[in-house]
Design a protein around this ligand. Structure first.
Ligand code: AMP
Length: 121
């Protein structure tokens, strides 16, 4: 099991210790605008539970938590008007991914043509 750092920045947002620009919340899921947006729409969708990354979430989360995260993504995409032109989801997981915050988060990007899937070397 991966060790969860309870002082990571998203854990602190979930505890209300630091603010966020919330776009969505339900029993299991919170979503808020990224502080350093890379596209006109750049939202982070996170489970409220203490999960390090995708791998940890798949292994330990309940079916309800997993369903809630995915249903939140589509609800947010519709609410923010990017569902039809399209959007991109990205989840950094593990050392080679460049994950900076060790609490699972899905980046939801949209609002302009997004170009290549990943940067060329
Ligand atoms: P990652 O590299 O996948 O771990 O992405 C972490 C993301 O969290 C980056 O896009 C940061 O801009 C974003 N971020 C860091 N601190 C905050 C914060 N306090 N509020 C909102 N987004 C944040």
């Amino acid at each position: 099991m991966k060790t969860y750092d309870p002082n990571n920045v998203f854990a602190r947002i979930l505890r209300g210790e630091i603010p966020c620009r919330k776009v969505y919340e339900d029993e299991h899921t919170l979503a808020f605008h990224d502080i350093n947006p890379q596209a006109p729409v750049h939202v982070l969708v996170i489970p409220k539970g203490a999960y390090v990354d995708v791998d940890d979430f798949s292994a330990r989360a309940s079916d309800g938590e997993i369903a809630a995260l995915w249903r939140a993504v589509t609800a947010i995409a519709h609410d923010l008007g990017v569902a039809v032109p399209g959007y991109r989801l990205l989840a950094n997981t593990g050392p080679e991914s460049g994950q900076e915050v060790p609490h699972l988060h899905l980046h939801l990007f949209g609002g302009r043509p997004l170009g290549r899937m990943i940067a060329k070397e």
